[in-house]
Each structure stands twice: as structure tokens, then as C-alpha cells.
Design a protein around this ligand. Structure first.
Ligand SMILES: Cc1cc2nc3c(=O)[nH]c(=O)nc-3n(C[C@H](O)[C@H](O)[C@H](O)COP(=O)(O)OP(=O)(O)OC[C@H]3O[C@@H](n4cnc5c(N)ncnc54)[C@H](O)[C@@H]3O)c2cc1C
Length: 424
């Protein structure tokens, strides 16, 4: 977008991103459910932005006063010397990361849900639990395998739980000794409502839908311990669960604290409605812009916009336009957040949605609307066609419900050949 705006100028755009692709997170739940091929929710940066310089690296520090960023190209945090990258104009959009807390057992047994890898791993894990429950004669193990706990009822938690519950329900048909009612799904939320990023109406609506499906939603409840895969909640309940998904909130990308940029009390970069970064005294920083989850951009009420894809995409577009206008010496436009057109997919042919005019939809109509919206937002026409094709094929054939968990340990079989067997 920025490249298109600045086409005529003699500029160079450098993108620093640890993954060689952009991930469209709102469709991750459908990846976990097997409705979409994992590769189709990512957009390869080098293909999508052929004229930009893409550095597959992580920014480790920024000193805007001297216009210098330090980037580290080492995969998986191996120690190497960061490279200095001088720049003229800075655009910050590193998003946010999961907010974790030191709950006993969480680091050992919990799983996150923000990347394609995590979505695929969770899908395989859930299907493996069905295989385990069907094959064991141990009733306690069976019960623990069929108990699925999600902590945090934002987009990620609600979407992933609803899609996986729907998929697992379908999958039980293939097992001689599993019934959908044997599965126990629990959603734990510390606040007194779900979907904090959405309107209260849509949230209440979604909550009613989930409860109607026998999903056990516990509001104003926290996870106290998960040690030894024994889940202890603040309401006093205690039970064994082999699946614990942590989707309890986000915090701004850690790199922000390694910059000299002004941050607000929540750690987001302070911005003007024009998306320029602003110092505490109200002076805009020269040549510094920010958008998306990492940026505290005031909405029409003066409060910072909620971290969601709608704002991130709309701000990115405006940022590009304003940056081009600024370089041309033209006036800038302020960001105006519209009444959100919100929707949440809750499985195959189920969703809840609100239109911009406030009309409430459920079931198939909401689901079609939700899919149309996601398709419109998904970057690049090619990705849109691929996802649409996945959906069309998904409508023609039965859902694919086989676990390919061995993909995560490709060397396991080979390595076992080196273990001495009996009689060797
Ligand atoms: C599972 C899930 C489902 C969601 N569903 C919805 C939904 O239905 N509707 C909705 O509106 N919103 C949804 N959201 C929220 C939405 O995805 C985010 O608000 C949106 O992606 C934010 O966009 P962004 O560009 O600010 O950040 P991101 O999309 O997170 O992009 C930030 C990028 O910066 C990179 N980065 C981070 N640190 C560094 C660094 N140090 N150096 C270099 N690069 C770095 C990251 O790798 C990442 O690719 C969902 C989020 C999740 C996790």
C-alpha cells in the first residue's frame, strides 16, 4: 500500500519481519478446524511486495534520535551480532504478543494461539486426544483427554474454542465409542464478559450461543494452577485436563520498550489521530509513524482504539496516505473509527454478526456475512481466491479430521532406529 502511494518517488522501503510472511490472524481458528489450508492464511512478503527490501529479521533496538534500528537475523534467538540499519522515516507496526502470567504448570502444559504453527499444533493435539480417549481403558485418562480448557475469552479464545468444538463434534462420528456429549469444553474468563474487543451486544449474543452449545463459560474466574495437568480455578473447581489453551489477553510487542519512542501507561506508542507519533508535550516526533495494536490512536471519543484487525487495516491504509501527503507537503487526514461491523465465526455455518447499522444476525446468515467480511479484509487477491477455494471444497466434501501430529517431530521415527532394541 505504502509502496503504491510512493511509487513516483525515489525511495526505498525496508520491511523488517522475523517471518517471511504476514499472518492473517482472524482466520487462524478456521485453520485449526481444518476449513482452510494453513499456507493460505499467510501472505509471502517477497511475492506480495516485490519492490520492497524484505529483511527476515527481528528489530532489537531503535534509536529514533539518531535514526538507527538494530536488527538480528538469527532464527530462533541464536546469538549473533545485530546489524545497524539507518533510516530516514520510521513506521512502527510490530503488533502485540500474548500476555502470560506465572501460573504453576502453565509454561509446561499450556499452548498459545496466535501463529499458524500454534493453530496447526492445536488441531493435531485435539484430534490426538480423541484417538487417545477412544483407545484407552483408563477412565481417568479418557476423561482428562476429553476435557478442553481455554483461558481468555477474546477473539483468539472464543474463535478457537468454537471452531475446534464444532470440528471435534463432527470427528466423534468416526469413533465407535465416542459421543459428542463425552467432550467437555470450558472457557475461563477473568472479566464479567467475553470478547472485550467487541461491542457488549455482540459479546452477550456470542455468550448465549456458546452456552446453548453446552460450552461451560466461567466468567469472573481465573486459572490458579495447571500443575501436573490438574486444572485449579478461582471458583474452587479442580479437574484433570490434557488440553490447556492460553489466550488471556495481549500486551504491546516487547520491542517497544527497547526504543526511545513515547509510550502510554499500557506500553503502546502514543499517536495523534493522523498516526504520527507524539511526544508527551504534544509535539509530533519528526518522521515517525505508528499503526495497529502497538499504537494508542485516539478514536472518536478520545480513548485509544481497541486492538483489532479492523482498526489495524484501516490505520495502515491511512498511514500510507498521510505519509505520502506529508512528503508532498500536503495536509494530513485524521483517523476516524467507524461504528464497528463485527462478527465472530463459531464453527461451520454458525456465527454471530452485527452490521454497521446495528442489525443483529445469527446462524447461517451471520456466517456468510462473516466469511464475506474476512475475505474482503484478507490481503492480496490470490490469497482470497485460495481461501474461497478451500471453503468451496469444504462444502463439497466431509471435513478432514485426521491428526498429522508426527509432522511436529519429523525425526522421531528415524532417531528410534538408533535406539538399541531387544537382542542387539
Ligand atoms: C487468533 C486471533 C484471532 C483474531 N481474530 C480477530 C477477528 O476476528 N477480528 C479482529 O478484528 N481482530 C482479530 N484479532 C486481532 C488482530 O489479528 C490484530 O488486532 C491485528 O493482527 C493487529 O495487526 P498489527 O498489524 O498491529 O499486528 P500483527 O498483525 O500482530 O503484526 C505485527 C507483526 O510485527 C512482527 N514483529 C513483532 N515484533 C517484531 C520485531 N521486534 N521486529 C520485527 N518484526 C516484529 C510480528 O512478527 C508480526 O508479523 C485476532 C487475533 C488473534 C491472535
Amino acid at each position: 500500500m505504502l509502496r503504491a502511494q510512493l511509487k513516483d518517488r525515489r525511495i526505498e522501503v525496508t520491511i523488517v519481519e522475523p517471518q517471511p510472511y504476514l499472518t492473517f490472524q482472524p482466520l487462524l481458528a478456521e485453520v485449526a478446524a481444518g476449513s482452510i489450508d494453513p499456507r493460505h492464511v499467510v501472505v509471502p512478503l517477497r511475492t506480495a511486495l516485490p519492490d520492497c527490501r524484505v529483511l527476515t529479521a527481528r528489530v532489537t533496538k531503535i534509536d529514533h534520535a539518531t535514526r538507527t534500528a538494530w536488527v538480528d537475523a538469527a532464527p530462533r534467538g541464536e546469538l549473533r551480532l545485530p546489524t545497524e540499519v539507518p533510516y530516514d522515516v520510521l513506521v512502527m507496526a510490530p503488533g502485540s504478543v500474548s500476555r502470560t502470567v506465572p501460573v504453576p504448570g502453565l509454561a509446561e502444559h499450556g499452548m498459545g494461539f496466535a501463529t499458524v504453527g500454534e493453530a496447526v499444533a492445536l488441531r493435531n493435539h485435539v484430534l490426538e486426544q480423541l484417538d487417545l480417549a477412544s483407545s484407552t481403558r483408563d477412565p481417568e485418562l479418557r476423561h482428562a483427554a476429553l476435557t478442553f480448557v481455554f483461558v481468555g475469552a477474546g477473539y483468539a479464545g472464543v474463535g478457537a474454542l468454537a471452531e475446534l468444538e464444532d470440528m471435534a463434534r463432527t470427528a466423534t462420528k468416526g469413533y465407535h465409542n465416542l459421543d459428542p456429549d463425552d467432550l467437555r469444553w470450558i472457557l475461563v474468563e477473568a472479566k464479567d464478559r467475553i470478547l472485550g474487543e467487541e461491542t457488549p451486544e455482540l459479546a452477550a449474543h456470542t455468550l448465549a450461543e456458546l452456552r446453548e452449545r453446552n460450552i461451560d463459560v466461567r466468567l469472573s474466574t481465573t486459572l490458579e494452577s495447571a500443575a501436573d495437568q490438574l486444572v485449579l480455578l478461582s471458583d474452587g473447581s479442580r479437574f484433570a485436563a490434557r488440553t490447556l489453551v492460553w489466550t488471556a489477553g495481549i500486551r504491546p510487542a516487547p520491542v517497544l520498550s527497547l526504543t526511545d519512542l513515547p509510550l502510554d501507561g499500557t506500553g503502546r506508542i502514543t499517536c495523534l489521530p493522523t498516526l504520527r507519533i507524539v511526544a508527551p508535550d504534544g509535539t509530533p516526533l519528526p518522521a515517525a509513524w505508528a499503526a495497529g495494536d502497538c499504537a494508542a490512536v485516539p478514536d472518536h471519543t478520545g480513548e485509544p482504539c481497541a486492538p483489532n484487525a479492523q482498526h489495524a487495516l484501516a490505520q495502515a491504509k491511512l498511514l500510507a496516505e498521510n505519509l505520502a501527503a506529508d512528503l508532498a507537503g500536503q495536509p494530513l487526514t485524521a483517523y476516524r473509527s467507524e461504528y464497528p461491523a463485527c462478527s465472530t465465526s463459531l464453527g461451520l455455518r454458525r456465527a454471530v454478526a452485527h452490521t454497521r447499522r446495528g442489525t443483529r444476525l445469527t446462524g447461517r446468515r451471520a456466517w456468510w456475512l462473516h466469511r464475506a467480511r474476512q475475505l474482503r479484509r484478507l490481503p492480496t487477491r490470490e490469497r482470497r481466491i485460495r481461501v474461497l477455494t478451500d471453503w468451496l471444497f469444504g462444502g463439497l466434501f466431509q471435513r478432514e479430521v485426521v491428526s498429522l501430529g508426527t509432522i511436529e517431530h519429523p525425526r522421531a521415527e528415524f532417531e528410534s532406529g538408533f535406539t538399541p532394541g531387544p537382542g542387539t
